[in-house]
Ligand binder design. Structure first.
Ligand code: UDP
Ligand code: MG
Length: 338
């Protein structure tokens, strides 16, 4: 499948795509000149994450005109985090830039990233200076999430850092070894370390269309983030259990003494019911937290491939991606798994 090892381009750009047909032309019009101005050679690896619009057709034509534009098409929507992982698996550049397709990540920032890379930085992240492009509710929730993550997460996330960044080949190789399904890329970028530096940039408004992240998806993503990077939510219940038990012991001694001194008195139905309801609630919540972790363990132990590829345009199959090709009928395109 891979006859000779051809040298990769200087820079690869990975762009996850989910129904971005309207943004592709404007993106290419700005991205290609920006890249031509700062590197010798480049490729742009689009990862179609199960788009239902004509994104694929547009990119197919774009590849015919300019073979530096390549496409990886998933068999369905696997989510942005997985799309980034697939892009990193297939990017051959000496450095890789990850960016969104909606022009919220300005292509004109890439030369500044490349400059930092040439200075020797391996993990150059764009740092959002303001979040006014997001709705106030999303901003408030984001702030809350980072506050909680900062307190209980076991990895420090740099302020304002997101997916818009440049990683050198060594950092990319490190990320490729992480095959977890519940992917919280921001945490993984920080976890791998390497010489890192932030470059501030302004997030514009989305060029066309709407954010692909509903609040439900964001909450799920936030839970994935926290649970992938700390077991503190599990530990809380150990402490809560100890405190409640200590309280119950104190209460027991109090009632014992009172009964010995003043005799039995029956009333107390209300306080009994209230504490019963309260502690059943506490137990259910702690079971729920346990369940969340068990569910994630279940998802990981199944060891399913991270994604299924329906089609590759301008890209070879990867050696590190598990392949389920049947050599007998090579003519029909079949999904690849990784
Ligand atoms: N995206 C994706 N799969 C998804 C959702 C989003 O590949 O399931 C892509 C999307 O096409 C865009 C990027 O991820 O290129 C960021 O998405 P979006 O702009 O909707 O997110 P936001 O800017 O609101 O965080
Ligand atoms: Mg966006």
């Amino acid at each position: 499948m891979q006859p000779d090892v051809k040298p990769g381009p200087e820079l690869s750009v990975v762009v996850p795509i989910f129904n971005e047909a309207q943004n592709l032309r404007p993106l290419l019009d700005r991205l290609v000149p920006a890249l031509e101005g700062c590197v010798q050679s480049f490729e742009i690896v689009f990862v179609n994450d199960g788009s239902r619009d004509d994104s694929v057709e547009i990119l197919r034509k774009a590849h015919d005109r300019d073979p530096r534009l390549r496409l990886l098409s998933f068999s369905r929507n696997f989510g942005k985090e997985i799309a980034i992982a697939a892009g990193l698996d297939h990017a051959d550049g000496a450095a890789v830039v990850i960016m969104d397709a909606d022009l919220q990540h300005p292509p004109e920032m890439i030369p500044a990233f490349v400059e930092k890379w040439r200075e020797g930085y391996q993990n150059v992240y764009g740092q959002r200076v303001d979040r006014s492009a997001d709705t106030p509710l999303r901003r408030a929730l984001t702030r809350r999430f980072y506050h909680i993550f900062g307190r209980i997460g076991e990895t420090d996330l740099p302020e304002g850092a997101g997916d818009f960044r440049l990683l050198d080949a060594q950092a990319v190789a490190a990320l490729r070894t992480m095959r977890e399904h519940a992917r919280f890329s921001k945490g993984l970028y920080a976890w791998i370390g390497f010489r890192s530096v932030g470059v501030p940039f302004e997030v514009g408004a989305r060029a066309a269309g709407q954010s692909k992240f509903s609040y439900r998806k964001l909450v799920h993503f936030a839970l994935d983030g926290i649970m992938s990077f700390t077991t503190a939510p599990l530990r809380i219940w150990t402490y809560a259990g100890l405190i409640v038990s200590a309280f119950a012991m104190a209460m027991a001694s109090f009632y014992l003494l009172r009964t010995l001194i003043f005799g039995v008195d029956v009333p107390g139905y209300a306080s009994l019911m209230v504490s019963l309801a309260f502690f059943s609630g506490v137990q259910l919540v702690s079971l729920g937290v346990l369940g969340e972790y068990v569910g994630r363990i279940f998802a990981e132990v199944k060891r399913r491939p991270l994604y299924l590829i329906e089609e590759r345009i301008g890209l070879d199959a990867r050696g590190d991606a598990v392949s389920v090709r049947r050599p007998a009928d090579a003519a029909a395109p079949r999904p690849d798994v990784a």
